[in-house]
Design a protein around this ligand. Structure first.
Ligand SMILES: Cc1cc2nc3c(=O)[nH]c(=O)nc-3n(C[C@H](O)[C@H](O)[C@H](O)COP(=O)(O)O)c2cc1C
Length: 197
């Protein structure tokens, strides 16, 4: 470490609300598409554990709040009992090494297609306009997006409730720890396409 404060700060503690971080290097949320049938797999224990340091913050890959939340295959969810049970040993492994683990809850909205939706339904959104496919840097088309179904105002509370239940499930996924133990806390990643459109 030199005298450059930008470099020095990276390895100094930081108080983030009630969380005491021993340094400022954070694992960003990274979608991995390794959670077959939307269930986190045992290999994620090793993946997250390898990236854990004592007092370090990790944010999980985006994690679906319901069966309409997915925009990519094999991303994890946290709306079923099976998913919650599958998260427990992953969360335990991070806590075992002293890590602080946030669960990123998401619903992709219309950034999805019928193949990823229950019963082949249209993705749900605040709009019925489909996402324009975007070119990737390598020139290929990013993904196919179906025309979404615009939710009615009356339907919106059930989506809010999905987030509420997912948040409770994330707390449940803390497993056998005493309540005061740093938990599997929450960040929220609602589809940016809803916000921007
Ligand atoms: C393969 C890949 C998967 C990603 N998955 C998520 C995700 O699940 N949730 C999210 O909020 N951001 C996701 N991101 C964005 C990264 O978190 C972001 O790239 C990282 O924070 C670094 O920021 P930067 O790209 O602006 O430098 C993903 C990025 C990549 C490359």
């Amino acid at each position: 470490m030199g005298s450059n404060p930008a470099i020095t700060d990276l390895f100094t503690p930081y108080q983030m609300g009630s969380f005491h971080l021993s340094h400022r290097v954070v694992l960003a949320p990274l979608t991995r598409q390794r959670s077959y049938r939307n269930v986190p797999q045992p290999h994620a224990i090793l993946y997250y554990s390898q990236r854990t340091t004592n007092g370090g913050l990790l944010i999980s890959e985006a994690t679906g709040v319901s069966d309409t939340a997915q925009g990519y295959t094999d991303t994890p969810g946290i709306w079923t009992k099976e998913q919650v049970e599958a998260w427990k040993p992953i969360v335990d492994a991070v806590h075992e090494k002293g890590g602080i683990f946030f669960c990123q809850l998401w619903h992709v909205g219309r950034v999805s297609n019928e193949d990823l939706q229950p019963n082949g339904n249209a993705p749900i959104s605040c709009t019925d306009k489909p996402v324009t496919p975007q070119d990737q840097a390598n020139g290929t088309i990013n993904a196919e997006f179906s025309t979404p179904r615009r939710l009615t105002t009356e339907e919106i509370p059930s989506i809010v409730n999905d987030f509420r239940l997912a948040a409770r499930n994330a707390i449940e996924a803390e497993s056998n720890r005493p309540p005061s133990y740093t938990g599997f806390s929450l960040t929220s990643g609602i589809s940016t396409s809803i916000i921007l459109d």
